[in-house]
Unconditional design. Structure first.
Length: 150
């Protein structure tokens, strides 16, 4: 599907997903981005603590599974609120996913703690920024190096 002409202001092109997006390498890269984003967030945000490498890796796995399974449903149900707040409610959803990750990690006695909503909100904000930055770099340098924009 393609609308407008390439280079115009209203250009939109929808492509089918590439195999590397859903293959083993794509999943591994996205998991490692999650690990790195969680590590940066726990280093920067007071009240968000991950005390061991094992808790970091398992926490990233829980975070990824919750984001893959639960976040689309929550985002769909809260779409009117997200639109009314011009997308800012998406940050609240991310904070709730992070808090839910800490709660599920508690079932497995992991040292993965989020102390309150403010820590979850700031942690989710840092995770989002780091994930976008690393995801863009990885896509242009690792997953699709031939599609670099000059």
């Amino acid at each position: 599907m393609q609308f407008g002409q390439r280079g115009s202001f209203f250009y939109l092109e929808v492509r089918s997903p590439r195999p590397e997006d859903f293959g083993f390498l794509g999943m591994l890269v996205r998991f490692l981005i999650n690990v790195a984003a969680l590590w940066v967030a726990q280093a920067l945000v007071r009240g968000f603590d991950i005390d061991s490498a094992g808790a970091l890796v398992v926490g990233a796995l829980i975070f990824g599974v919750l984001n893959a399974l639960l976040k689309p449903v929550v985002s769909l149900l809260s779409c009117p609120l997200t639109c009314a707040t011009l997308g800012l409610f998406a940050l609240v959803i991310n904070a709730l996913m992070l808090a839910l990750t800490a709660w599920v990690a508690g079932w497995f006695d992991l040292a993965f703690h989020v102390d309150g909503f403010v820590a979850a909100f700031l942690g989710a904000l840092v995770i989002s920024v780091v994930s976008v930055a690393l995801g863009g770099w990885v896509e242009s340098n690792i997953l699709r190096p031939s599609r670099r924009i000059l």
